[in-house]
Design a protein around this ligand. Structure first.
Ligand code: CAA
Length: 380
């Protein structure tokens, strides 16, 4: 096993780290407070080639590998998990399925829009009554001549109210169950496409989450992504990859909280010495460090397998499960080290704690990850 990053991976990590420090950190608290989408920083991330970074150069991207994408999300999420989320969704849930399943013409058109064109991507699978049981969606797509007509609604869509290009899943043949679901590339300008409720959330305030409504939405026939009836497989494969991004996000949140807590406990004096000198504090940091480094190995394993074209479903689920549960556990412990100050907005740990919670929920809850892991263990 090679634990070293390549030269390119190291360069990307350094570049995103510098960008995060200079551009993201100064506005992270304000973004959380105002719930504003960090538009200028996302524009800059397009400019630096991070948005759509795994798209090959022939379609306008940087041609980076999956580990580089995970490193970028991890760095951003150390200080602003919202920014990490916007990037992870754009790259993992919109560019990736188009890259893997699109026709030459779809890739030329949409991947260029999602890279050089600075258009933001989203992924719309979840419905009000179909969350973990993702196959039970009721959004339909009916073929009428040269176009499909989509009807239904999607909820909790990351990048929802800013997205220009959305990968949408709809039933083309309800009698066939999961094999009756198809995927479509939808532009927000298509007739019958509407943005519904903007969600107000516990955390990730800078990440725009919305309901999407399709009312006789006209989608050209050539925007079917993959074959009719293959949509559920495309959704599941996409989520396998997306889960690496969420694991990287959770890892970044834990590291961010740990760094903040180290700085604070070295300067906070109680009972005559900095609280970092107490063994209780040191043992907590030791546990955090083990959680971060072991989580990192899981993320790197899943990303490396994905780039090598090898199966990685279980590895991605393990990475997401482990890092997200640790993000929750250790942001709570980091906040505790700040005492009363940690409960205020004067320090970023309370935001990190609020941001951590969603990593145990979206792109498959922890319970769903346990289903995926156990069903890949050939226990039957
Ligand atoms: N890769 C490829 N194909 C897969 C697959 C995978 N990882 N997992 C399942 N499939 C295929 C199966 O092979 C099967 O195909 P066949 O019909 O050809 O045999 C088909 O899909 C159905 O498989 P299952 O019967 O196992 O599927 P299921 O309905 O029991 O689903 C589940 C199991 C794992 C619980 C799945 O429903 C799931 O992952 N649920 C969670 C969904 C999720 O993550 N939602 C979040 C959406 S995104 C989001 O959070 C919002 C956002 O904007 C970020």
């Amino acid at each position: 096993m090679d634990f070293n990053l390549t030269r390119e991976q190291t360069l990307i990590q350094k570049m995103v780290r510098a960008f995060t420090e200079n551009e993201v950190k100064p506005i992270a608290a304000e973004t959380d407070k105002t719930c504003e989408y960090p538009r200028e920083n996302i524009e800059k991330l397009f400019h630096y080639g991070i948005m759509g970074m795994c798209v090959p150069k022939e379609y306008g991207g940087a041609g980076s590998d999956d580990l580089s994408a995970a490193l970028a999300v991890e760095e951003l999420s150390k200080v602003c998990a919202s920014t990490g989320d916007i990037v992870a969704t754009h790259n993992g849930l919109c560019c990736d399925p188009i890259l893997r399943n699109g026709t030459g013409a779809q890739k030329q058109k949409y991947l260029r829009m999602l890279t050089e064109g600075h258009k933001v991507g989203a992924f719309a699978l979840t419905e009000p009554n179909a969350g973990s049981d993702a196959s039970k969606g009721t959004t339909t797509a009916r073929l009428e001549g040269d176009h499909y007509v989509l009807n239904g609604s999607k909820v909790f869509i990351t990048n929802g109210y800013v997205a220009d290009v959305i990968v949408v899943f709809a039933m083309t043949d309800p009698s066939k169950g999961t094999r009756g679901i198809s995927a479509f590339i939808v532009e927000s300008s298509f007739p019958g496409y509407h943005v519904g409720k903007h969600e107000e959330k516990l955390g990730l305030h800078g990440s725009p989450t919305a309901e999407l409504i399709f009312e006789d939405c006209i989608v050209p026939k050539e925007n079917l992504l993959g074959q009719e009836g293959k949509g559920f497989k495309i959704a599941m494969q996409t989520l396998d990859g997306g889960r690496i991004g969420i694991a990287a996000q959770a890892l970044g949140i834990t590291e961010g909280a740990m760094e903040e807590a180290i700085t604070y406990t070295k300067s906070r004096v109680q009972f005559g010495k900095p609280i970092a000198k107490f063994q209780n504090t040191q043992f907590t940091f030791a546990d955090m460090k083990v959680a971060v480094e072991s989580g990192r190995l899981l993320v790197h394993q899943a990303a490396t397998l994905k780039s090598a074209g090898k199966p990685f479903t279980m590895e991605a689920a393990m990475a997401k499960l482990y890092t997200s549960e640790n993000a929750m556990k250790y942001t709570v412990k980091a906040l505790q080290m700040f005492g009363g100050y940690g409960y205020t907005r004067d320090f970023p740990v309370e935001r990190m704690l609020r941001d951590a919670k969603i990593t145990e929920i979206y792109e498959g809850t922890s319970e769903v990850q346990r289903i995926v892991i156990s069903s890949n263990m050939a226990l039957k």
